[in-house]
Design a protein around this ligand. Sequence first.
Ligand code: SF4
Ligand code: SF4
Length: 345
Amino acid sequence: MKTVTLGRTGITVSKNGFGALPIQRITRDEAAKLLRKAYDGGITLFDTARAYSDSEEKIGYAMSDIRNHIYITTKTAAQNAEEFWKDLETSLTLLKTDHVDVYQFHNPSFCPKPGDESGLYEAALKAREQGKIRFIGITNHRLAVAHEAIDSGLYDTLQFPFCYLCSEKDVELVEDCKKNNIGFIAMKALSGGLITNSAAAYAFEGQYDNVLPIWGVQRENELDEFLSYMEHPPVMNDEIRALIEADRKQLYGSFCRGCGYCMPCPVGIEINNCARMSLLLRRSPSEGHLSPEGQAKMMKIKDCLHCNQCMSKCPYGLNTPELLQRNLKDYEEVLAGKVMTPTNF
Ligand code: SF4
Ligand code: SF4
C-alpha cells in the first residue's frame, strides 16, 4: 500500500484520503456505511469542514467509536477569533471528539498571521495549547496566499487544488511544500467532476510522494474504485499519459476550474458551475444540470451586468463573462434538442 506523510505533522496514511463534502447529499446511514467501508478498506484520514452542513455530524455518528484509529481534518471559515472558537466548539461537538488532527483555515482571502487584525492565528495557537487541535493548516485556491502560507513557516499543511490539468505553478507549490516539510493535501484531484478517469487521476498524484489526494466520495462504486487502488495503485504509463494529454488538449486554455475565486457575483450567478456547464454536461451526469433548478441557475447568466469583477479575480486569466455567455448559448441549444458530442460546444 502506498503511503504519504503529511510533512512535519508526521501523520502517515494511505495515499487515499476521504473528502467528506459529498456525504452531505446522502442520508446519515448511507454516509455511515460509506465511511465505515472506507475505514475497513484502509482509509484513515477524513477531511471535512464546518461549511459542509451535516458532514461533520455524519462523521461523528459513524466513527466516534474508532476515533483513535483515524485522523480528522476539518476547516473553519471564521473571519475573527470569536467565530473561530464558535466553529471549533461546534466541530468538536458534532465530530464527537475532543480534538481535531489538522484544523485548517478555509480558503481565506489572506494568510492569517500573528499580529494581524483578525486574531485568527493567535486563536489557533491557543487551541493547540489546549489540545483541541494538533496541527494548523490552511486551504486555498489562490497561488499568492498559498505561497505566503508556505513562506511564513506558520502552517503544517496546505490544501490546494491539484490534478493532472494543473499548471507548472501548481507543481511548484507541491515542491515548495516538500522542501519546507509542509504536508500537501490535494483537493479537486478530479477537477470538480471534469476528470472521469480515476485511475489516471491516481497515477498522476502517485508521481508526487508528498501529495495526499482526498477524493470526494458519494457513491459506493466510487469508493470501491479508490479502495482497489490500495492494493493495485495505477502507475503512470504510456496509455495513461496519452489519455491525460488528450484531456489537457481538450480542457486547457479557456476552461473554468470551478474554483469559485471569482465569486460572489453581485447578481448571484453561480459562476463556478455555470462557466463550465458545457464540459459538465458532457463529462458528468447531466440530469441535475438540466433540471428546473439547474436551468434557473443557468438563466441567471442573462442578468450579468458585465461589470467584469469576476474576470479581474480569476487566477487563470479567463474572460469569465464571455465564457458564461458561450456556456449559456450551448446550454440553450442542448435544451432545444442538440445532441451532445464530446467537442460540439
Ligand atoms: S461580469 Fe457578470 S458574472 Fe461577472 S461578476 Fe459581474 S455580473 Fe457577475
Ligand atoms: S472563472 Fe476563474 S475564478 Fe471563476 S470559478 Fe472559473 S476558474 Fe475559478
